[in-house]
Design a protein around this ligand. Structure first.
Ligand code: 2AM
Length: 197
């Protein structure tokens, strides 16, 4: 999980590249990676693998290992409701060459979760990438699309229940990113709100 980075004074510091995300259950991940494979066969590009399909809530980037405990503590303070995420349409960003799945109606609980998480992270003095832009929830399915004019698919909506979010570390190699979940945070469900919180 760690990498060494040079510092201005010539020393070295161990860091992790991290982000927060919603992670789909296996069936939803399989379905989305199948859609990604089929689209990449037509349009070219690199399909997201079943094991790495996710929706990014907040991207932090490199964090010193000694700050990881603070990062986890900040996320533990986030209180947000569980919700169902329904992905019901696809899009393609030509400038980024990314094919993605998104929701035509963004659940208010998802917006509240992303906002509460950003607020908690910034209060703990972490930089959140794109924090000033509106949150646009999407699941990246294919990167480096070669033929952006390819017709977008039409599938029945796919829903997955979101009852927790995760902190993930990402190691980049020449070929692909490898992800590892390093912490998990529950969202408030009816059962939790009755007694455990
Ligand atoms: P994307 O899929 O929408 O491109 C892990 O790298 C995840 O964090 C990716 O899914 C990516 O989102 C997001 N990510 C990577 N680098 C980022 C950056 N500089 N700013 C915002 N999000 C980033």
């Amino acid at each position: 999980m760690s990498a060494e980075r040079g510092t201005q004074d010539g020393g070295w510091v161990e860091t992790a590249r991290v982000f927060f995300a919603l992670w789909p259950p296996p069936e939803a991940a399989q379905h989305l990676s199948d859609v990604a494979d089929v689209f990449a066969q037509c349009a070219g590009g690199r399909a997201t693998r079943r094991t790495t399909v996710h929706l990014t809530l907040a991207f932090i980037g490199d964090v010193k290992l000694e700050r990881l405990a603070d990062l986890k503590r900040a996320a533990r303070h986030v209180r947000a409701e569980a919700f169902d995420l329904t992905l019901d349409h696809f899009g393609l960003w030509h400038h980024k060459r990314i094919f993605w799945a998104g929701c035509s109606v963004v659940p208010p609980a998802l917006v509240e979760l992303a906002s509460a998480l950003r607020t908690a992270l910034q209060a703990a003095e972490f930089d959140v990438a794109d924090a000033r832009r509106n949150f646009f929830p999407h699941v990246t399915l294919v990167r480096k699309v070669m033929a952006p004019g390819t017709q977008l698919p039409n599938h029945a909506p796919l829903s997955w229940p979101c009852a927790h979010f995760v902190l993930v570390s990402s190691s980049l190699s020449a070929k692909r990113a490898a992800y590892r979940m390093i912490a998990e945070y529950p969202l408030i469900t009816a059962a939790l709100s009755l007694g455990e919180l």
